[in-house]
Design a protein around this ligand. Structure first.
Ligand code: BGC
Length: 249
């Protein structure tokens, strides 16, 4: 016969299975470092917390901010980090909007030492992409923030570390120079939006994506009027929630 206490125990075990392992997701940006804990299903279980990115944004000072933020997030079992540059096997290779000291920095290893949990690191746009794609056909993700992030997926499979931002775009400038934060500040929203439209038209012709997702802190400044139907503006929170995908093997 099932007693009350047995029923309670079963309920309790189910809850633990649903909630664990918990993932501390970190998004390192050029202006802010954000964190949040997700349960096993990828549902946020803490409020998003944010600190300014230290200036200069050297590895040691950024790692300290991550550790401070992590302390306030309670319990978690593993860590996912979105990094604004090229990353391979936990080692950062470029960080155009942070600091040259990130070249060859063992970010995953350093955080594992400090936080005592397993850590996986991926490019920030790649993480954002995992949070929004539907895994059908070719999907492109662009993030508009301090820099221009890009991620390309084919039926849900990532082409890692696509660095569109630093390719020539127009008028002798790269995509990032034309539509990054500095450009938005310099030329204003109207002209910046014209550039966004030109960029979208060009990338559609080159990559023939089924869907383009635009995220990042400045996505909300994109003029939605006249955007093609296959272009979707997505929440910047996916830069954190996509982190759960780094643990899918
Ligand atoms: C970096 C990318 C990054 C993007 C957004 C660019 O400058 O090269 O790796 O995804 O900024 O942070």
């Amino acid at each position: 016969m099932e007693t009350n206490s047995h029923r309670e125990e079963v309920l309790h075990t189910d809850q633990i299975v649903a909630e664990s392992p918990k993932t501390l997701c970190v998004d390192i940006g050029g202006s802010g470092i954000k964190v949040m804990v997700l349960d096993a299903a990828g549902t946020p279980v803490t409020e998003r917390a944010r600190r300014e990115t230290p200036q200069p944004a050297q590895p040691q000072s950024c790692v300290e901010v991550i550790c401070d933020l992590a302390k306030e997030q309670g319990e978690y079992d593993r860590v996912s980090v979105g990094f604004p540059g090229v990353v391979d096997e936990g080692i950062t290779h470029t960080a155009p909007n942070l600091h040259p000291d990130w070249e060859g920095f063992e970010l995953a290893k350093r955080l594992e030492e400090l936080l005592g949990k397993p850590v996986r690191v991926a490019n920030d746009a790649d993480v954002q992409g995992f949070g929004v794609i539907t895994s059908h056909g070719v999907e492109l993700v662009l993030t508009l923030g301090t820099g221009l992030g890009s991620a390309l997926f084919v039926n849900g499979h990532l082409v890692p570390n696509l660095e569109l931002g630093h390719h020539p775009f127009r008028k002798g400038e790269t995509y990032e120079e034309q539509v990054g934060r500095a450009a938005l500040d310099a030329v204003g929203k109207k002209k910046w939006n014209r550039r966004i439209k030109i960029m979208i038209e060009l990338l559609q012709k080159i990559l023939n994506y089924r869907t383009l997702y635009i995220g990042g802190g400045n996505a909300k400044k994109v003029d939605r009027e006249g955007l093609p139907e296959n272009v979707k503006i997505v929440s910047n929170e996916a830069g954190l929630t996509g982190g759960i995908a780094l643990w899918r093997d």
